[in-house]
Design a protein around this ligand. Sequence first.
Ligand SMILES: Nc1ncnc2c1ncn2[C@@H]1O[C@H](COP(=O)(O)OP(=O)(O)OP(=O)(O)O)[C@@H](O)[C@H]1O
Length: 900
Amino acid sequence: MTSSPVSSPLDIPGATPMMAQYIEIKAANPDCLLFYRMGDFYELFFEDAEIASRALGIVLTKRGKHGGADIPMCGVPVERADDYLHRLIALGHRVAVCQQTEDPAEAKKRGPKSVVRREVTRLVTPGTLTEDRLLDPARANLLLAIGRRKVSDSREAYGLAAIDISTGRFSLSEVDGPELPAAIARHEPREIVLSEAIHADPALARLWRDTSAAVVPLAAAELEPASAERRIREQFGVKTLDGFGSFSRAEIAAAGAALLYIERTQFGAKVPLSAPSREASGATLAIDAATRANLELTRTLSGERKGSLLEAIDRTVSAGGARLLAEHLAGPLTDLKKIARRHDAVAFLVADGSLRAHLRDALKAAPDLARALSRLGLGRAGPRDLAALRGGLDAALAIAEGLGGAALPEGIARLVRRLDAADRELAAELGSALADDLPLNRRDGGFVRAGYHAEIDEARLLGQDSRKVIAALQARYAEATGCRTLRIKHNNVLGYYIEVPQAVGEACLKGLMKEFVHRQTMVDAMRFTSVELGELESKIAGASDRVLALESEVFDGLSQRVMAQADTIADIADALSALDVAASHAELAVELDWTRPRLDDSLAFAIEGGRHPVVEAALRKAGEAFIANACDLSGEEAGRIRLVTGPNMGGKSTFLRQNALVIVLAQMGAFVPARSAHLGVVDRLFSRVGAADDLARGQSTFMVEMVETAAILNQATRRSLVVLDEIGRGTATFDGLSIAWACLEHLHEKNGCRALFATHFHELTALSKRLPRLDNATLKVAEHGGDVVFLHEVVPGVAERSYGLQVARLAGLPASVVARAGTILKGLESSERERPSRARIDDLPLFASLTEIAPPPPEPAVVTPEDTLGPLLDGIDPDSLTPREALDALYRLKAERGRG
Ligand SMILES: Nc1ncnc2c1ncn2[C@@H]1O[C@H](COP(=O)(O)OP(=O)(O)OP(=O)(O)O)[C@@H](O)[C@H]1O
């Protein structure tokens, strides 16, 4: 990864000097695509060229030979490099940008075969981006480093350092081993840095394989604890870390690894970071990756923001606000006081509509302060970043002034105090220094406002005057030559020159204009220069160079003043974002009639008139109404379980998820889509869908389902909320039923959590007689002449049937198949009436009593007709049967059952 300046390439047999240089630089950066600068292009060679040409859809060519074979090559123009970088980074690649660091003329002086000196000046990686064009404004861009320490022989803790160098945010936390996957999922990092040992740990292999982040292992020798501490001290210019609070060894290791990686990728540029904030363990609602995916919190199962909860609730008006909203949604709180402070702020902004509107207008005008500040710190900023600082400080002061007089709740008052710390003088200085129209790059000049800097004004005048003098000179020469079409023009090769038609040119050469010096003869024109014109030219060039140099000084001076207050400005950026989030929640609450939830430390979960924000929004677009539903899982000693049966398409999944979303929204500080909600704070949230629903998972879905269910049964506490949707349906009916049954008993007897459980196994509803904290609920349907109408209303009780056939008919299954299925169903139902399995299951002892007395029996304890049907069933391979054979098999099974 490191690169040394290469001017005298190694002697690589058979390679041209340039190719030898390339190979040497590439060898120092083996895990990056190497953008090798050649003139106006970045060229890629060998395998890099093949990867890039495929990824970017650019032509693969060849250049020379190496080891007897053609060298594949492709290239991207330098001025469009950002676009290509963007696409490569989005695909998870890392790119080393290698520049020419000397003038080709200099290289020539060393000898005809010398190669221009080149150096890697930057590594562009997904987790260390700073350019606006490469970043999503509404999303943090996190680099996550992971360290580890042994707590006891059987326990390990992981330190997490999350850094967004595009905003300077830096947080540290430590989690227990089993919590690591959920913690990583919450951060949604773009890139993960860790030691080779953690990377190679077989227990974690799946984590690194499944993550969408780029994973970078670092060698143990580079991650010495002493150098980690030193790096942190150096970053913040402190002698000891004590001032930051106490960090664990794992956290320090993580922070050290993150800083080392940043050092490497930024090539010494000092990245301005805020002091690390430490997050206590358990401070956020633990939500594992599967639950996040299943609830589609920040993206849908197909990976898009559109259709996610985040998209449905986002009413922020600034990029910083949008990022903070996503962060809050990813990590809802567990601390009641902090949640209440957020709710107070929202309530205040709900109550005062005109104040909210003014606030949102002011926030809308505020540019992305945090990202501009970070670019200034890194020396990558342009005039527009300074303007962003000006706009941000102005907005902060305007908001502080606007809210200053009001009686504010504590949460908002604190934010306003932070805004009020904005340096008025600096804001005014930026205001008077910067012009209205600003170029992207400082080297383009013209960004200092006229009247701000006397010397700049003077030099500019000189430049303008010289242009006037050129016009006068042109008029004079035109008169002297008698040629009205004589022009003084400018190009990059000749500079200023006099152009006349061919005939006049000939006359000039013959003595018409003695002071003219011939430069070029064109097809129908001649070009000249003169001493006077040459002098003027150097005056003009001198003046514009001087303006550029002076403007650059102004830029540096302003940057320094800004960076001297970097911490305060970063804090102002955070406060603006927090206000935007509160105002967004308030706007949403007013728009959609959401209410403030009542939160406490009980085990309450009582929701009246609850709705699903995303489904409701989709229905609203289609002009349909969402049916609100109540849900009560409140308990004293332990939570209640609601077992939901009901027809396909009745709304079970929607109902389950909407209740999980209410908890997420309430604990992130938002109001909730319900008429009222009384909620005891939740420590962990689990949501799972039975394998058959979980198409995004691909292979071996039942195994995944069981692994995840195991995690829930092992981790859910009395404070947790568990949502299980059709668990057990990914396997044979009786296996699935038995598993679902045992899981329910475990949740009730062992976990004691609040839970929602949807199922098509109607047999399970019998459990309500024996498990005191389990209630049955169902979704109402109405039948009209054989057709079914879903009312989407959740009511106490048990579904009579699944209405699968009616749904099949609605879906357009051929009428003959539906009719035939009806006949088969009748047959199956009558045999079930004769030999009901439910009665037999009812006789079984409860899970708890079983486990307390003896370990659970190895076989499912349900007595089923499998004893006789087993061998027959084993012989059937459903995937290889034709429909006809399937029907025959069904008849055979029925006949066998009749005999049994
Ligand atoms: N409360 C509601 N009000 C109005 N429409 C609803 C409601 N709940 C669900 N729906 C509609 O019904 C559709 C099916 O809902 P959902 O997927 O939750 O059903 P389900 O019972 O889980 O079905 P299945 O058992 O087939 O998985 C939704 O896409 C939505 O359009």
